[in-house]
Design a protein around this ligand. Structure first.
Ligand code: FAD
Ligand code: NAG
Ligand code: NAG
Ligand code: NAG
Ligand code: NAG
Ligand code: NAG
Ligand code: NAG
Ligand code: NAG
Ligand code: NAG
Ligand code: NAG
Ligand code: NAG
Length: 522
């Protein structure tokens, strides 16, 4: 070790000139059994650009002026990740970890403030081991949600896992921040169903739940990715779904009473039985010209029961026999990804979803938004066909799980989450779109939750605030955005961070800052 330190000390000053060779040497020392040259790319490597670009989902961050990693690593085993952590620390480099690359602000592969950082791309670490008879699975962070859903269904079609509707999002990022989807009202978030995990900490050590302790295990289940370590894999509790589930997708124009339906939806969707999930969206041109409402539903049962239920609880929506479709749960996942009757095998396609220049932000609603305000919201969509909003109803078990059970605090009386989204194929449109989403968000200020105005960390938005001071970041400054994502859980997250990574090695523009207090007081 002494020789290693000497060697590193000797070569470190040359890093910017010769970073590739120096880093390669370091990796080889720490990971002697691997051919590390095959997994390390510098900016001048032929494959660097393609590799960086491969899972950048938000094309805004493919532009020339995006701060790029000085090196990219594509580890194929955990030893290489441990070596990367050690070498980054030795050279004072930051690290970014990318699983699926869906982070709306691109923080898994870019830095806002120029800084020297290395990106670890976990694409090669995507194994999924399902134990159907035990009802559990181990999934590596680089596996997509689509792969997970598909592989579970192949083992047993009445098992599933509660996670999001976008099949190309990866376990690594999504489970780090929550995981909202069609089974949320019945079974909670992804993080409510995680039993164990393996993480590489800032010392390069591999820890499972027993070794990391309950505080860190709590923090990594919803505290947001990139703050506490690199999660290698997750142990999941699978959940039961019926052999046949029922779905409908219904559009309603303004003439068909879209505004009144959305208004009523706020009251009924929250109260519905947990087997019923009913999402409401406002989309910009539902019939070719006008904005309208889209209602998408998953019912864990047959159509006859669903139709009866809707007739009793939400007759105004007018769901008819011809609207309801029965199918397997895995086919419903294809439907919610908006690929209709396509073969569920498409969930294995890691390039399934088109990329776009986009921007996202979020809100939570606790008191129903009044009818006249909805008229104003529809006017906003009518004047300008730019974006859309998805409203994901909570309630069910989400209301029963205590706010402090996981870092995700939006439980109890929270009626629903609003996701605002603009996306375009053209870079030139995006500036106007940013104006649209900012304007809409401002106009929503007094209609949504306050003190704090809540937001969902997986719908990351740097406009809420960010760590500007490099690695020397302040807890007080970060409360501005941190309490919006985590409410009172933010302080506990910062205390855990102070325990496990006091030097703030795992840092990004919205990472949890370490809070170090004399004598533990929590
Ligand atoms: C099209 C689209 C649809 C979406 N739909 C949903 C939905 O239905 N429900 C929902 O809840 N969310 C949804 N999201 C949000 C999504 O859950 C988050 O963006 C999630 O963080 C993406 O995970 P990723 O691994 O693909 O992204 P990445 O960009 O790779 O990672 C996101 C963050 O997690 C960190 N991270 C990644 N891997 C690890 C790891 N192994 N260990 C530690 N930190 C890590 C990254 O550094 C980064 O900070 C959607 C996003 C998009 C773009
Ligand atoms: C590397 O390989 C050697 C010989 O096969 C083995 O003894 C050693 O344990 C390996 N080291 C690691 C870190 O896997
Ligand atoms: C790297 O690029 C070369 C040439 O374009 C290509 O043949 C090769 O398959 C690429 N390797 C990887 C790992 O992408
Ligand atoms: C990155 O990928 C996108 C689409 O996936 C493409 O439009 C863009 O040209 C690529 N950029 C580079 C530099 O390869
Ligand atoms: C970076 O490029 C994007 C897209 O080309 C542009 O919108 C943005 O303003 C640029 N940012 C800076 C800091 O130049
Ligand atoms: C599938 O899982 C269900 C639980 O949802 C279980 O009752 C059933 O026995 C399993 N079927 C098979 C074939 O393993
Ligand atoms: C779309 O809906 C609006 C409002 O309901 C209606 O006025 C318009 O005629 C519809 N357009 C088409 C093409 O159906
Ligand atoms: C409903 O609206 C969505 C989104 O605007 C659109 O893609 C879909 O084709 C519409 N469906 C019907 C049946 O009109
Ligand atoms: C749409 O919004 C953009 C950005 O706010 C604005 O520039 C444009 O004028 C708007 N268009 C209409 C028709 O209101
Ligand atoms: C990061 O960027 C912000 C805004 O551009 C700036 O105020 C801040 O000083 C920067 N911090 C560092 C460490 O460069
Ligand atoms: C970090 O921030 C503290 C308080 O703002 C300041 O006193 C200290 O000098 C900073 N350290 C560095 C290395 O910037």
């Amino acid at each position: 070790m002494a020789i290693l330190w000497l060697l590193l000390f000797y070569i470190s000053p040359a890093l910017s000139e010769n970073s590739y060779d120096a880093f390669l040497n370091c990796l080889s020392l720490y990971s002697p059994n691997s051919t590390v040259s095959e997994i390390l790319y510098s900016q001048s490597s032929v494959n660097y650009t393609d590799l960086l670009n491969s899972t950048i989902q938000n094309l805004r961050f493919t532009s020339q002026n995006t701060t790029k990693p000085i090196l990219i690593l594509t580890p194929t085993n955990q030893e290489q990740i441990q070596a990367s952590v050690s070498c980054c620390k030795n050279y004072g480099l930051s690290i970014r970890v990318r699983s699926g690359g869906h982070d709306y602000e691109g923080l898994s592969y870019r830095s806002v403030n120029s800084s020297q950082f290395v990106m670890l791309d976990l694409t090669n670490l995507r194994s999924i081991h399902i134990s159907a008879h035990r009802g559990t699975a181990w999934v590596q962070s680089g596996a997509t949600i689509g792969e997970l859903y598909y592989k579970i269904s192949m083992k047993n079609s009445t098992l599933a896992f509660p996670a999001g509707t976008c099949p190309t999002v990866c376990a690594g990022g999504q489970f780090s921040g929550g995981g909202i989807g069609t089974l949320t009202r019945k079974y909670g978030l992804s993080v409510d169903n995680i039993l164990d995990a393996k993480i590489i900490d800032s010392n390069g050590k591999i820890l499972d739940r027993a070794a990391m302790g309950e505080d860190l295990f709590w923090a990594i289940r919803g505290g947001g990715g990139g703050s506490f370590g690199i999660v290698l894999s997750w142990k999941l509790r699978l959940v039961q779904v019926p052999e046949i589930v029922s779905i409908f997708i219904i559009n309603r124009t303004l003439d068909q009473g879209a505004i009144g339906l959305i208004y009523k939806w706020q009251y009924v969707a929250f109260e519905m039985e947990p087997d019923m999930f009913l999402e409401a969206d406002i989309e910009p041109n539902i019939n070719g010209t006008e904005p309208g409402a889209v209602f998408q539903s998953l019912y864990l049962g047959r159509c006859t029961d669903m139709l009866t239920y809707m007739q009793v609880h939400f007759p105004e929506l007018g769901v008819g026999t011809s609207d309801c479709r029965e199918m397997s749960w895995i086919q419903s996942a294809v439907y919610f990804a908006r690929f209709g009757d396509a073969d569920p095998k498409i969930l294995l396609d890691r390039g399934l979803q088109p990329k776009s220049f986009n921007k996202c932000t979020s809100d939570y609603v606790i008191d129903p938004i009044p009818f006249p305000a909805w008229e104003g919201i529809f006017d906003w969509f009518r004047s300008n066909h730019s974006g859309l909003i998805y409203m994901n109803s909570h309630g069910g078990v989400m209301s029963e799980i205590p706010e402090s059970d996981t870092p995700y605090p939006h439980r109890g009386r929270v009626l629903y989450n609003i996701q605002y989204l603009v996306g375009s194929k053209e870079a030139s449109d995006i500036e106007a779109y940013l104006g649209w989403i900012q304007g809409l968000r401002t106009s929503m200020t007094y209609l949504v939750s306050t003190n704090p105005r809540r937001a969902y960390v997986n719908f990351r938005d740097l406009d809420l605030g960010r760590n500007d001071g490099g690695q020397n970041i302040s807890y007080e400054n970060a409360r501005v955005w941190g309490e919006r994502y985590f409410k009172d859980n933010f302080k506990r997250l910062a205390l855990v961070k102070g325990e496990v990574d006091p030097e703030n090695f795992f840092w990004h523009e919205q990472s949890i800052p370490p809070l170090i207090v004399e004598g533990k007081n929590y």
